[in-house]
Ligand binder design. Structure first.
Ligand SMILES: Cc1cc2nc3c(=O)[nH]c(=O)nc-3n(C[C@H](O)[C@H](O)[C@H](O)COP(=O)(O)OP(=O)(O)OC[C@H]3O[C@@H](n4cnc5c(N)ncnc54)[C@H](O)[C@@H]3O)c2cc1C
Length: 416
């Protein structure tokens, strides 16, 4: 079933009887060429690119709950490619290019909306740092503009420009950044992978790896043993636990990050705005809800809910930036589990176990990476060579010291 304007009109005129489920619900086969563990954004994107671009093979995605139940359906949906470091920027720009053609490629409305992002700055030093980042972005071929205070005011007049402590002095704008509908992205990739023959197996938790003579043979699951030529793990917040079953200890900690949604308001926020003095970012959905968030809670956790201290901190950030937000009622709050790496950057690499591959360490920035992460992981698993834009995301960089510390925070996962 293809989606098109014609199809929508036809269904509207015939009582919407022709829509079909977006994917099959198959039972697992005894064995596959490729098994992907984790039916989040990255696992589904990997299966999609494996099946459509790299390998005509038997492929399965094993998901312990339902597709999209994890962070892919919990994030604040910001996409951007305005990173500083050479290890990161080309990868995120590659991802942005994939976002730009994604809906046509998988024939699904993921509501990719390039409304722009403005990172506000509040001091001369911060302006210089943003100018440097903007130049790095431009050198990579992506877009960036440094705005002065008046330009920001013309674009977002309702901000508190004269806050005594954090006056707004300008902002770094990336116009091609924006938002995408997070669960639409999961569904689009799932549907595309299913159409290409991938078995998407829900309610199938991986409980162990069978490894013989240093090579993976398959996975034990709650639905029995499933043999595999190659296994790729993309389980985000559960990475440490799942990889421990293969005997691997990783430089990753799990932390909770919360998201907040207000009641629906008239269109107010033009794109994505980030507050450069505290940690606060905000956008507005097409239904009018303000979607915002702040820092991780700061302690290790596997619970998908956070604590009051961060809620207060996020509310303070919002009030300092745009006091009128105090009039909006908060409707929903939830948490997701972040796979925080020691340098704040991801890992897409082989592991010491033959045939076992790892995609992890996305911290709280992995949504924007979904297309490139899936593509690069599929590339690695199919060709045994890293994708050009993901060469720096090696697991052994923590041993060799080639860390990619975008924030300069040091080996402190709770600070990235
Ligand atoms: C509140 C919040 C806000 C965020 N905001 C942004 C943002 O604005 N921009 C951005 O770029 N990023 C953002 N992120 C980060 C982004 O959502 C994640 O980095 C990214 O979604 C992680 O990859 P994923 O989609 O594959 O993870 P997930 O969707 O979590 O997928 C992992 C899957 O693995 C499954 N799994 C776990 N263990 C097993 C097992 N043993 N067997 C089988 N399956 C298993 C889980 O059930 C889950 O479905 C945010 C995250 C949160 C929580």
């Amino acid at each position: 079933m293809r989606f098109s304007a014609f199809r929508v009109i036809k269904e509207a005129l015939t009582g919407h009887k022709g829509w079909q489920p977006l994917w099959r619900n198959p039972d697992p086969q005894p064995a596959y060429d490729f098994v992907i563990v984790g039916g989040g954004g990255h696992g589904l994107a990997t299966a999609y690119y494996l099946s459509t671009t790299f390998a005509k093979a038997r492929i399965a995605v094993l998901e312990k709950g339902w597709l999209g139940q994890g962070n892919i359906g919990r994030n604040t949906t910001i996409i951007r490619s305005n990173y500083l470091l050479p290890g990161n920027q080309p990868f995120y720009e590659f991802s942005m290019k994939l976002w730009e053609g994604l809906e046509q490629a998988f024939n699904f409305n993921a509501m990719v909306s390039q409304r722009g992002i403005v990172n506000l700055f509040h001091s001369d030093g911060q302006r210089d740092a943003y100018r440097r980042r903007g130049n790095a972005v431009l050198l990579s071929g992506a877009d960036a503009e440094l705005l002065d205070r008046d330009q920001v005011r013309a674009m977002i007049p309702f901000l508190n420009f004269d806050n005594a402590r954090f006056p707004i002095k300008g902002g770094l704008l990336q116009r091609r950044a924006g938002t995408a509908r997070h669960d639409g992205v999961a569904w689009g990739y799932a549907r595309g992978a299913d159409l290409a023959g991938v078995d998407l197996i829900q309610n199938c938790e991986v409980t162990g790896f069978r490894i013989t003579d240093g090579r993976v043979q398959g996975v034990d699951t709650t639905r029995g043993f499933i043999g595999a030529g190659k296994v790729g793990v993309a389980v985000a917040g559960m990475t440490s636990q799942v990889m421990a079953m293969a005997g691997l200890r990783l430089p990753i900690e799990s932390h909770v990050l919360q998201a907040f949604v207000s009641e629906g308001l008239k269109p107010t926020i033009p794109g994505v705005i980030t507050f450069g003095a505290g940690h606060f970012y905000i956008s507005q959905t097409d239904r009018g809800g303000l979607v915002f968030g702040g820092d991780i809670d700061g302690y290790n956790s596997y619970a998908q809910r956070g604590n009051m201290a961060v809620i207060e901190d996020v509310a303070e950030g919002g009030m300092a930036l745009m006091p009128m937000i105090g009039r909006a009622r908060l409707l929903r709050i939830w948490g997701g589990i972040m796979d925080m790496s020691m340098d704040g950057s991801p890992i897409i690499d082989r592991t010491p176990v033959d045939g076992l591959y790892l995609n992890a360490g996305w911290c709280y920035g992995g949504f924007k990476a979904t297309p490139a992460s899936g593509y690069a992981f599929a590339h690695l698993m199919a060709t045994e060579t890293p994708h050009d834009t993901a060469r720096a995301f090696r697991l052994n960089r923590f041993a060799t010291g080639h860390v990619i510390d975008e924030k300069g925070a040091g080996a402190q996962p709770n600070l990235h």
